[in-house]
Design a protein around this ligand. Structure first.
Ligand code: AHR
Length: 494
């Protein structure tokens, strides 16, 4: 088998890979917040104001750039004033979207924003448009951001926080075409304009970054109507949601899957490339200067819940298949760094394609966590161009590109290249031409395992983790290696 030649070159126009592409998402859903991030101050699990210390440490190591909260669908039922003030006095509500469980509001605005401070990450709050009011959202912005004297900043001080947190990122509703209100795009565009008008920029350098609830998958009309009808100085980002789901009515097991299901998941993951290209083409027509960003604020694999768990809690395992989704999709985002400025993996802890799973006092890092960790070198680095023709990964008469690549140069001038081989059974040799780009030597790390279905468990939490990879040659600017089946590799200049 001859090697695939991959040429890595300086781009004509330098583009920064926004670190916000490596963002996360935490919804009041299942065991993401409660019995996930938040165990309460009285818990025997080591915590800081109720937040698990081990989760904070793991996410700090990932250097997560932002965290989206409180939903998802939950956001459009959430009334933030229920979640402030003495915890004992907070009203309960029913989480109608996720399992019909009672929500006691013990985790609210202060808890979330203090968590973001612990994580040194930017909060991204999704506002309630579906069942809230303009006044309610405007008050929330004033509560979190206003430094002077005002009704909401006084209330914040009464609740123990003097200085504002200064939240820059605000979502104006979520999935307005579905759980956010089943709106038509024309109607939502008008609603968006109204909300955006009343949210104060006060105290935020450069103003608030407002994100419109975006399209699902290939609903190109949604993006078109928003781009056409919302003035671009009111709109910093337009969202897009795309999950790697085989079939919404039969998603399959997260662990017991065959190669055909794996292949279909990869098809849905590669589809991200086409979706970004087509949504971007629409945005380019209305916004040729590229002022409005594409924000993929929900993405990841979605399967049936683990047997015996609450169907409304969306708890699934995380295997090497998920590592492939993460490596592949993050490469796609990097390579579209000119328009994709933010993305949020769904979801951080115990829900969907989580980076962390917990079981009482135990915690494990999933293969997806490790991919995110390997790829963090790309955050805020300059994208390099890659030029190659991928060999195919074929199954049952269909094929996909087997290899995905992205490359960047960090602020120290070092080059990093992430490669994914999604082929379930074949290694693929590659030859990377790095002539004129790399002056030092190269190191590499690899994430791989014996079976696609392999995953970390609470009994064996480190079965899958990145290890150093030495099986390559780097001479005269040419790097040659063979990429093992279903593996993720990152080569870094040292
Ligand atoms: O991430 C789970 C759910 O998926 C979110 O609440 C919703 O926005 C999407 O449909």
């Amino acid at each position: 088998q001859s090697a695939t030649n991959i040429r890595v070159v300086e781009p004509d126009q330098p583009e920064t890979i926004s670190r916000h592409i490596y963002g996360h998402f935490a919804e009041h859903l299942g065991r993401c917040i409660y019995d996930g991030f938040y165990v309460g101050e009285g818990s025997p699990v080591p915590n800081t104001a109720g937040i698990r210390n081990d989760i904070v440490d793991a996410l700090r190591a990932l250097e997560i750039p932002n965290l989206r909260w409180p939903g998802g669908c939950f956001a459009d039922t959430y009334h933030w004033k229920d979640g402030i003030g003495p915890k004992a006095d907070r009203p309960t509500i029913v989480n109608t979207w996720w399992g019909g469980v009672t929500e006691d509001n013990s985790f609210g605005t202060h808890d979330f924003l203090n968590l973001c401070e612990l994580l040194e990450t930017e909060p991204y709050i999704s506002g309630n448009v579906g069942s809230g009011t303009v006044q309610e959202l405007a008050d929330w912005v004033q509560y979190t951001n206003f430094d002077g004297k005002s009704p909401m900043s006084d209330l914040r001080r009464e609740n123990g926080r003097d200085k504002p947190w200064k939240v820059k990122y605000w979502g104006i509703g979520n999935e307005a075409w579905g759980c956010g209100g089943h709106m038509r795009p024309e109607y939502y565009a008008d609603i968006y304009r109204k909300y955006a008008t009343f949210l104060s920029d006060s105290g935020i350098e450069g103003g608030l970054y407002k994100i419109a609830s975006g399209a699902s998958d290939d609903d190109y009309n949604w993006t078109e109507v928003l781009m056409k009808n919302i003035p671009h100085d009111m709109l910093q980002g337009v969202a897009l949601h795309h999950y790697s789901v085989i079939d919404w009515s039969d998603k399959g097991s997260s662990v017991d899957f065959d190669e055909s299901e794996y292949f279909q998941t990869m098809q849905r993951s590669w589809l991200m490339e086409e979706l970004i290209e087509k949504h971007t083409a629409i945005m380019d027509r209305y916004d040729p200067q590229g002022r409005v960003d594409l924000v993929v604020d929900e993405w990841g694999g979605w399967y049936d819940v683990v047997d015996g768990t609450n169907p409304g809690f969306l708890f699934q395992q995380n295997t090497m298949r998920d590592a492939m989704i993460a490596g592949l999709v993050l490469n796609i985002f990097n390579n579209h760094a000119d328009r994709v400025k933010m993305a949020n993996l769904a979801q951080t802890v115990n829900v969907l394609q989580a980076v962390i799973l917990t079981d009482e006092e135990k915690m494990l890092l999933t293969p997806t966590y490790h991919v995110m960790h390997m790829y963090k070198v790309h955050q805020d680095a300059t994208l390099l161009d890659t030029d190659f023709e991928s060999p195919v990964y074929a199954l049952d008469g269909e094929d996909l590109p087997a290899i995905s690549v992205s490359a960047s140069r960090d602020d120290q001038g070092k080059v990093h290249i992430s490669l994914v081989n999604i082929d379930a059974s074949r290694s693929h040799p590659v030859s990377l031409n790095l002539k004129g780009l790399v002056s030092g030597d190269m190191d590499a790390a690899i994430l791989r395992s014996g079976n696609l279905q392999d995953h970390n468990t609470f009994d064996n939490p480190e079965k899958i983790k990145p290890v150093s990879f030495r099986d390559f040659r780097f001479r005269n600017g040419m790097l040659t290696a063979s990429l093992p089946p279903f593996s993720v590799l990152v080569f870094s200049e040292n």
